[in-house]
Design a protein around this ligand. Structure first.
Ligand SMILES: O=c1ccn([C@@H]2O[C@H](COP(=O)(O)OP(=O)(O)O[C@H]3O[C@H](CO)[C@@H](O)[C@H](O)[C@H]3O)[C@@H](O)[C@H]2O)c(=O)[nH]1
Ligand SMILES: [Mn+2]
Length: 780
């Protein structure tokens, strides 16, 4: 609990759920006992006389290893159940606007072909229209491709903002992303019948249409220009403060307060590593430090618009809490999406169990977007309490800069040493070093000398060689050691003593941010490779949570982080094993599980049902239907055997120096027939063969095994009691992934599985079963 400075009422409250915690902990105890029995059963098998064993040891080694891995990852995940907390905020209790601190908003974009410019501008406009004093808001757009269209569209967006912002403010509009607002057919605004409102709305809408048309036209012109002048991976830095070029559009005497708007395209040269989004954000961190230097930063992906304009005030409820604020690095809001269909076949709506779970331990994971972070925490990572040594150095630097050579010799010399140290960490820019100490500083950027000097400095800070031989990306700012820069940076900050908070919207509030999710198999799994690789990058790096976490952060907190970083790897191995080895032995009539009459059979069944029902409980508790549970199970299996395998491999190969890091940006453009398939709830199997072939092959292997197994029981005197475990496992796989069979043999539409993919998979399945049977028979 916290109390506001102006009243005794709390700005936010934090609550747990005792009953759920009791259920979770009891479940964990029972499940652990069952796992202990399982381990006992398997271990005693290996102590049996090899001549009298019912099954060969080799497949059982794989199966047992998989069972151990699954148990281990299950154990790590218990950290989320330990003490999940939920938070409620009361932004209306915040002190008056004058006391609110300034905020810089960072938005990243990289490729207008995958990230439509109008969408990016909508994100930008929604951020400019946040319910926050406009003079305390600065919006930066990082354009990693350096495209002329983006800069051009930004100037247009600025012009449109002169209509959009006053309209939103005057009528207190809730939906401040213009595209979403104007595409709604019914307006529930209390003044929707008021003629004044109708007129203003119509006028603003016309301006919006004009704005879109100008951007569209500019897009066509710029396409030609961009082609011959520059390339996305090779261009100089370009920084522009977008501001008034004419009085056009403004009525007599009308002044609109518009946040500072800055276009930043960092320099890119081919041999220089640019570190993708992390590199872009670090550039923004430096550039904004000399232009506005706000103590708080809101980070947004270009496809994540502000859906609740009060999110900044919600975040401030924590930053204004005197108890929490000194160590609080960031407030994270959930990643929710606007384009998810009702049946959500790709399980895009993230069930964020880890976030409240970690929030109750020390703080949730940083999710890359939708968070308000303290500049100091991001920039320096180390936590400075009161007059720590860094503050002392900074004070000396301050004296050095203010009194210069006339200062005492001692101070100057001491400052020299410290200045050199700071430059070693943060690079050679004096302006930047000064900004570390200086508070908020929004210069008047109206073409005067100061602004020219600052813009020149900003360009230096955005050059591709600026970070050479500094601590950028290594010890300060967004770290470069993993493609999941967000997860890694948040973890290291928390290991350095910072905390964080997670705020899901309460039932009466709207989601604070809404983004675009993947709506086809190819994008889903391509993104899954990057996420998988990014997380495993961390698991096998010097920051591996179980090794790096304790004693910097609690063991439970490290366990939670370890679960996230290890799950792609630790699920893909056992799932591949269960999808192939038990069915292969089922086909050959060799039991790998105890027979039905054996009491240990119930142990296996119990563990299986206990995991499923725990998951079902989580889904139902969050208010989702059973269908969500099925989707989650299915997508978990599909991702494990495809993208998480490739992602883990990618991370391992990078570690061995056999591959370079890459970041495939998600495509935010969807074509009509793809959207139609998605709305109908049909899988779009027009995806890379490397994704579909494993799925189809596994399905064929399991189908063949169940059919072969039943044949054996019926006609070859097989004992069903011994094989039931394997039959159940394969049937479960088949039932949960029925969509694959449907895509292979039933569907006739465009999104079905192409014949050649089925044929190729059939060949793989045949090879696996033949070779596998040969080997398994020779093992006896
Ligand atoms: O070289 C690059 C590559 C990407 N981006 C931007 O990074 C953002 C995220 O990229 P996207 O392709 O949309 O990836 P997602 O998988 O949707 O993003 C999720 O995963 C990322 C980590 O992989 C996080 O950084 C994001 O915040 C999180 O939303 C977008 O705004 C991009 O424009 C850059 O600025 N430069
Ligand atoms: Mn995205």
């Amino acid at each position: 609990m916290a109390s506001s400075s102006s009243s005794s009422l709390p700005l936010h409250i934090c609550h747990g759920n005792k009953l759920t915690t009791i259920i979770n902990r009891s479940h964990a105890v029972l499940h652990s006992i069952a796992i202990a029995f399982l381990i006992h059963y398997r271990v005693s098998f290996f102590f049996q006389d090899p001549k009298t064993r019912a099954a060969p040891a080799v497949p059982l080694v794989f199966v047992f290893a998989s069972e151990l891995l699954l148990s281990f990852i299950w154990f790590l995940g218990r950290a989320y159940d330990w003490n999940p907390v939920y938070r409620t905020v009361f932004p209306e209790r915040l002190p008056s606007d004058e006391k609110l601190p300034p905020i810089d908003v960072f938005i990243c974009t990289t490729d207008p072909n995958k990230e439509p410019t109008i969408g990016v501008m909508n994100t930008l406009l929604s951020a400019m229209a946040l319910d926050y004093p406009p003079d305390k808001l600065s919006v930066y757009l990082s354009d990693d491709g350096g495209y002329a269209i983006t800069l051009h569209a930004m100037r247009e967006a600025w012009r449109f903002a002169k209509f959009w912002l006053p309209f939103c403010r005057r009528f207190d509009i809730e939906t401040r992303c213009p595209d979403v607002y104007f595409s709604r057919t019914n307006d529930h605004h209390p003044e929707s019948k008021n003629s004044d409102f109708i007129e203003e709305k119509q006028k603003t809408k016309e301006q919006y249409e004009l704005f879109k048309e100008r951007v569209r036209r500019a897009g066509e012109e710029c396409k030609l220009k961009d082609k011959d002048v520059r390339s996305a991976s090779n261009h100089p830095s370009c920084i522009e403060v977008i501001q008034e070029d004419s009085k056009e559009g403004l009525q007599e005497g009308e002044i609109t307060e518009i946040p500072l708007l800055v276009y930043v395209s960092r320099e890119k040269r081919t041999p220089h590593l640019h570190h993708f989004k992390a590199g872009a954000v670090n550039t923004l961190l430096r550039v904004s430090a000399v232009l506005s230097n706000s103590p708080y930063i809101l980070m947004l992906d270009c496809d994540m618009y502000c859906n609740d304009p009060t999110s900044a005030r919600q975040a401030m409820c924590f930053h204004f809490d005197p108890q929490m604020s000194p160590s609080l690095a960031f407030v994270q809001f959930p990643q929710a999406f606007h384009n998810i269909s009702e049946n959500d076949i790709y399980d895009s709506e993230l069930l964020q169990i880890a976030w409240p779970g970690l929030d109750g331990l020390k703080g949730p994971v940083l999710s890359g977007t939708n968070f308000y972070i303290k500049r100091e925490a991001l920039c320096c990572h180390s936590i400075q309490k009161g007059m720590g040594p860094i503050h002392f150095f900074l004070d000396i630097i301050h004296i050095y800069f203010t009194i210069g050579v006339q200062g005492s010799y001692y101070c100057a010399k001491q400052a020299d040493i410290e200045l050199r140290e700071l430059k070693d960490s943060f690079g050679p820019s004096n302006e930047f070093i000064k900004s570390i100490q200086r508070d908020y500083n929004k210069p008047n950027l109206n073409g005067d000398e100061v602004s020219n000097m600052l813009l020149k400095e900003a360009k230096v800070l955005a050059s591709c060689s600026y970070e050479n031989h500094t601590k950028w990306g290594k010890e300060a700012s967004f770290l470069y050691d993993a493609v999941a820069e967000d997860y890694l940076t948040g973890f290291v900050m928390q290991c350095n003593g910072w905390t964080s908070a997670y705020v899901a919207p309460s039932s009466t509030r709207r989601p604070q941010f809404l983004g675009t999710s993947t709506t086809n198999v190819n994008e889903l799994l391509t993104q899954g490779i990057r996420w998988g690789a990014g997380l495993v990058d961390v698991a096998i790096s010097r920051f591996s949570p179980l090794l790096y976490g304790p004693p910097r952060t609690s063991f439970l907190h490290s366990m939670g982080y370890a679960e996230l970083s290890l799950f792609p790897l630790l699920y893909c191995l056992p799932l591949w094993c269960f999808a192939t080895i038990p069915p292969l032995y089922l086909l050959n009539g060799v039991p790998l599980y105890p027979e039905v009459s054996d009491p240990y059979f119930s142990v296996f069944l119990l563990i299986f049902l206990s995991s499923l029902s725990k998951h079902l409980h989580e889904v139902l508790k969050s208010g989702r239907p059973i269908r969500k549970w099925i989707n989650e199970q299915r997508i978990w299996m599909i991702k494990s055997v495809t993208c998480h395998l490739y992602g883990s491999l990618d991370a391992i190969l990078k570690k061995l120096g056999l591959r370079k890091a890459s970041f495939m940006t998600t495509n935010k453009v969807a074509d009509d027939d793809q959207i139609e398939l998605y709305r109908e709830g049909k899988f779009d199997f027009r995806a890379s063969t490397i994704f579909i072939v494993p799925l189809v092959t596994i399905m064929l292997v399991n189908l063949a095994s169940v059919a072969g197994g039943i044949w054996r029981m019926l006609f070859m005197g097989g004992d069903w009691k011994k094989m039931l475990g394997q039959v159940l496992l394969s049937v479960y796989i088949i039932v949960m992934n029925y969509v694959v069979i449907e895509g292979m043999v039933i569907r006739r539409d465009k999104g079905r599985i192409p014949l050649h993919v089925s044929v190729l998979s059939f060949v793989f399945c045949l090879i696996f079963l033949l070779l596998g049977s040969l080997i398994s028979n020779s093992l006896f």
